[in-house]
Design a protein around this ligand. Sequence first.
Ligand code: SAM
Length: 246
Amino acid sequence: MSNTDKPIALEAYEALAERYAAMAETKAENGYNEHPAMRIAIGDPAGLQILDAGCGPGFLSRDLLDKGAASATAFDISPKMVEIARRTTGCRATCFVADLAQPLKTLEDRSFDLVVSSLAIDYVRDWSVPLSEFARLLKTGGRLVMSVQHPMGAFNWYKPKSAFGVQLCRADWKGFGGEPVEVPDYYRSFEEIINPVMQAGFSLKGVTETRPLPELKALNPRKFEQNDSFPTFMIIDAVLSATPGK
Ligand SMILES: C[S@@+](CC[C@H](N)C(=O)[O-])C[C@H]1O[C@@H](n2cnc3c(N)ncnc32)[C@H](O)[C@@H]1O
């Protein structure tokens, strides 16, 4: 596997950026499921220096800063998303365009306490690059909390030819209003999620199969039932246990 190709989801997220920013916080899958689950998994960010990898519109950075994070550094492959993230965080976060699939050369070793990444690393084929970068950038004992598509949910959605390995898939996103946008993505099996995290020097602290907030039941019973009976996302919570090369 390699990351030499152009980022697969760049065009799609440039097309979706404004619509995604306007709707994600009230959508069942994001606002009522992945967003709250990530914030619970992260816990108290007070005083932490945080890297938000694949920040999108910057909601997570904004919320962590609101809860007392010492700093947030946020990047995304989409220039439009980065512009929105600047707005969302009121310029309190340092936001820039960068590719998760490539080394983050402008960031110094051991400069973060916590790396968060919400539904972004799925778009990278070879995780060895971003995960070794997260390990380089975290202080000793630092933590990685990232959400990804649950393999069961992704298999159900994309119907790839095989449930093993990493498979390039595509789907038309119709849930953000306007014209549908075709979004390329990678389906990954469990071993393709868990093993790269451990190989990069992290110890797993926990895995969460996210479930929707109870209030979604009254707002959208169908989505509640879907999200509460079948896992769409999972969160990996891991601690840097070994510094590669040391
Ligand atoms: C589903 S959105 C999630 C955005 C944000 N983390 C959130 O939860 O609101 C996926 C994000 O990943 C970004 N992304 C996709 N491929 C990327 C890459 N190779 N490097 C950095 N960001 C990427 C997209 O531009 C998009 O903003």
